[in-house]
Design a protein around this ligand. Structure first.
Ligand code: ARG
Length: 599
């Protein structure tokens, strides 16, 4: 059967049909419960539906399992199923099916014959999202890396993905920044090039924006009249005063350029749509909340009380949407963004990739969006939380001197160490580093940073260790990249040795247990991706890759490729190498990591 490379989906659909056929209404209500088998002796998949039906049907699970098997039509894909223990149905893919999949994969190295989803969605991924004039920190780096991978996977699956950078480019902090800019660096605003200001706007270097922010904040905190002037600037900014807007734009532009440096290094593309984009919609949000009867006044502020959640002191939780002075909140902007994404963007699903510290913010925003109707019931809203980045000692991530780590320095350091390691290895072979080797080291260094982050369960805190992430051993990017390059080497040697005179495509031989295990592992990628699409845990893909590399090693140990007994066998084994390499390349690509042909 043409299952688009998703045998599990196909089997699940077949079980669903069989359930209806065998048990009618009770069967239609039951879940197919098809999972990957936990042990190879159980085959490839296991179906546990019979156990769940025992009660409603008042029958023995083993009898139910037999009836289910009798109605089940999976002969295209599976050997005749068997029943194990109390009523588990074990399903084993037929070797001919596995062979045909491998052949299809061999002929489509870029997608590995994985069909796009038949139910494409419009998905907004809100990620990275640093704040203007503040530092883009390691938390934003995690969001950028995880968010980018989720986008890549969803795009690959065939969804229509909108990558949005919800930068913090609005708020009262701009009052103090603009006042400081006007008073301390007026030259920066003197030139006529408002919009696309240069970092040395009007030939004036306003220096490190983070330093600039600190100095502005010091003035703001220590000087009452400065504070007053800052308040006035906020009012003028909100009123759209052109001069103030020009100053604001300049600050945004300077930050944007610094952020872009990081995105370019990482190869991440996303569209900036900051908080300011939603300004004009905020008043309307308050109105809708009022009309919906959700708005209440509490200590002068406009709030919505949250259902089913209490503060520590047992008082009701309130989401503030408008302050006493009329100013709006971070949450108000998020409510406006939910509505804009639902209506204008026609989103089916929105993902928010931020640290777990914002979990309750999103819980509250989602609840209010639902109750007010700003989010239609069909819209799926999901916070994708992640843990903290820590130093190797489990403490706050800092430089040796105790300063916060600049992202550019962090990435440069990973590349530097990767290059140093490589130089040592090459020196042992009497070789030196050329331009090509430097480019490779760069890919290894950046790949290592990404993979280290992605291979952790995102909800755990993650200890940043250059030594671990750059190690050639273990579940790391260098290990996977090395595995890929090694397989490419095997393939190169195979194609340059005596030409293979067999059919094209070659017949896939799965006689040795290691060949069969490798092939079955190769077939699992689509399932891993479907699960990733649903649950949003990139570490599952890393685990799969690591598992695949071990299976390949076992295959290579047990099954000589170039020294295979016959031409036919050699061609088949080279094909298994090719599909393995293509699987690693595709998977690393989805993780935002480039492979290299030689390492
Ligand atoms: N700028 C925020 C921060 O740095 C993250 C924004 C996340 N996205 C959102 N729609 N709230 O913490």
């Amino acid at each position: 059967g043409d299952d688009g490379g998703r045998p599990k989906d196909y089997i699940e659909a077949a079980v669903r049909q069989a359930l209806v056929k065998a048990f009618g209404e009770a069967g239609a209500a039951a879940a197919p419960m098809v999972t990957a088998a936990t042990k190879p002796e159980f085959g490839d998949y296991q179906c546990n539906a019979a156990m769940a039906l025992a009660k409603p049907l008042n029958a023995k699970p083993r009898d139910i399992a037999q009836q289910l098997i009798d109605a089940l039509e999976v002969a295209d894909l599976c050997d005749p199923p068997d029943i194990a223990g109390p009523g588990f149905i074990n399903l084993r893919l037929k070797p001919e099916y596995i062979q045909s999949r491998i052949t299809a994969m061999l002929e489509d190295e870029s997608r590995l014959a994985i069909a796009k989803t038949t139910a494409p969605q419009r998905i907004v991924v809100d990620f990275s999202s640093p704040n203007i004039a503040k530092e883009m920190h390691v938390g934003h780096l995690r969001s950028t890396i995880i968010g980018d991978t989720l986008c890549r996977v969803l795009e690959f699956q065939g969804h229509d993905v909108l990558r949005l950078n919800h930068v913090g480019d609005w708020g009262t902090q701009f009052g103090m920044l603009i006042t400081y800019l006007k008073e301390e660096v007026p030259q920066a605003l003197a030139d006529g090039d408002g919009g696309e200001g240069s970092i040395t706007a009007g030939e004036v270097d306003i220096g490190d924006l983070v330093e600039f922010y600190k100095k502005a904040k010091e003035r703001f905190d220590g000087d009452a009249s400065f504070k007053e002037r800052s308040r006035a600037e906020v009012v003028r900014l909100q009123a759209g005063d052109p001069d103030v807007l020009r100053a604001w734009r300049l600050l945004c532009d300077l930050s944007r350029r610094e952020f872009q440096v990081i995105y370019d290094i990482l190869g991440v593309k996303l569209e900036e749509r900051g908080e300011s984009f939603y300004n004009s919609m905020l008043g309307g949000v308050i109105e809708e909340l009022r009309e919906g009867g959700l708005l209440q006044e509490s200590e002068g502020a406009q709030v919505v009380f949250i259902e089913g959640a209490k503060n520590r002191d047992d008082s009701a939780q309130a989401l503030i949407v408008q302050k006493t002075d009329g100013g709006y909140m971070y949450s108000t902007t998020d409510l406006a963004a939910v509505k804009q994404r639902a209506t204008q963007e026609r989103a089916d699903r929105v993902l928010y990739v931020t640290d777990s510290g914002q979990a309750s913010h999103f819980d509250q925003v989602f609840q209010v969006a639902r109750r007010s109707g700003l989010a239609p019931p069909s819209l799926q809203l999901q916070h994708v939380p992640f843990g903290l980045v820590q130093g190797e000692d489990g403490k706050k991530f800092k430089t040796r001197s105790g300063d916060t780590v600049k992202l550019k320095d962090l990435l440069d350091e990973a590349v530097r160490i990767a290059a140093e390691d490589m130089e040592k290895r090459l020196a042992e072979e009497g070789r030196g580093m050329g331009e090509e080797e430097r480019a490779v080291a760069r890919k290894v260094g950046l790949g290592a940073v990404k993979y280290a982050d992605l291979s952790m369960n995102r909800e755990s805190n993650y200890r940043f260790s250059y030594a671990k992430m750059l190690s050639l051993q273990g579940n790391t990017a260098p290990y996977m990249m090395y595995a890929y390059a090694r397989i490419q080497g095997i393939r190169r040697r195979a194609t340059t040795s005596t030409p293979i005179s067999t059919s094209d495509p070659p017949r896939i031989v799965l006689e040795h247990p290691a060949e069969l295990t490798l092939a079955r592992t190769l077939l699992r990628l689509p399932e891993v991706l479907t699960e990733l699409e649903r649950d949003l845990y990139p570490n599952r893909l890393c685990e799969y890759l690591f598992d695949l590399s071990q299976r390949f090693n076992q295959f290579y140990e047990g099954c000589p490729v170039n020294a295979a007994a016959t031409d036919e066998l050699r061609a088949s084994r080279v094909a298994l190498c090719s599909v393995t390499a293509a699987t690693i390349k595709l998977s690393l690509g989805l993780l935002g990591i480039d492979v290299v042909e030689k390492l």
